[in-house]
Design a protein around this ligand. Structure first.
Ligand SMILES: [Mg+2]
Length: 240
């Protein structure tokens, strides 16, 4: 699928009342970065690399950066450069303590006020996504999870991952919204014509190039409540 970024921008700001599908990143988007869950994953990634490559943690961090630059993700780097079975990596890095995640009745309520399909789009594994959703108490809202395996282990922000998502779930980009805490992961979505919401959690800095960010949510629950009000005709949600 092709999509010109300049022409997609205005379409991406379409009224939220027309949205039919709501796609959410998982980690640090559905829960605050302060929960420290993703920090646990990062420590496991470092430990895996260190053990697998036989290097110290500092060198493992350097290797991780080169993988992310060259291959977009640590996992992809290990697969391309070492032929690693991705499930071995995913099982290891997601073997964390999910109990640090608090239940979120407020998110549960806000998601319940939004009509339409709701999906998870994550570079992580399905089992990790299931555990996070269960802990938060929001599992019932999500009909579909598009995980690393579903994407053929092609990670965000590779455009191919988004194209596979759209194809697999028959999404119409112009009536689809993507929520993400990593700003650069929104760019391919905007290029396809999706509306983008950057969930600003204090970890990622969007930098100068922000034209692919249509909305900013400093508080996901509050943003969803406002979107629900707009869809009910009770006001207008201002773009960023
Ligand atoms: Mg995230």
């Amino acid at each position: 699928m092709s999509g010109r970024h300049d022409s997609s921008l205005n379409a991406g700001r379409a009224r939220l009342g027309q949205v039919e599908a709501w796609v959410f990143d998982l980690d640090n988007t559905l829960y605050p970065a302060s929960c420290d869950l993703f920090a646990q994953i990062n420590r496991r990634i470092n430990a895996f690399l260190s053990n697998f490559l036989g290097v110290d943690p500092a060198e493992a961090r350097e290797v991780q950066q080169t993988y992310i630059q060259a291959h977009r993700s640590t996992l992809r780097g290990l697969m391309v450069e070492h032929g690693l079975d991705p499930e071995i990596f995913l099982d290891y890095v997601h073997a964390i303590d999910h109990s640090v995640l608090p239940e979120s009745p407020a998110l549960d309520r806000a998601l319940g006020r939004i009509e339409g399909r709701k999906l998870i789009f994550t570079n992580a594994s399905l089992s990790h996504a299931e555990r996070v959703m269960e802990r938060l108490g929001v599992r019932r809202h999500f009909q579909e999870v598009f995980d690393a395996a579903a994407a053929g282990y092609v990670p965000k922000p590779e455009p191919e991952a988004y194209e596979r998502l759209v194809s697999r779930h028959r999404l119409e980009p112009r009536t689809t919204v993507l929520f993400e805490d990593i700003a650069r992961h929104l760019k391919p979505a905007a290029a396809l014509g999706m509306t983008t919401v950057w969930v600003r959690n204090g970890v990622d800095d969007a930098g100068a190039d922000r034209d692919y960010i249509h909305h900013v949510a400093d508080d996901l629950v509050a943003w969803l409540e406002a979107a629900a009000a707009e869809r009910g005709g009770a006001g207008r949600l201002a773009p960023c």
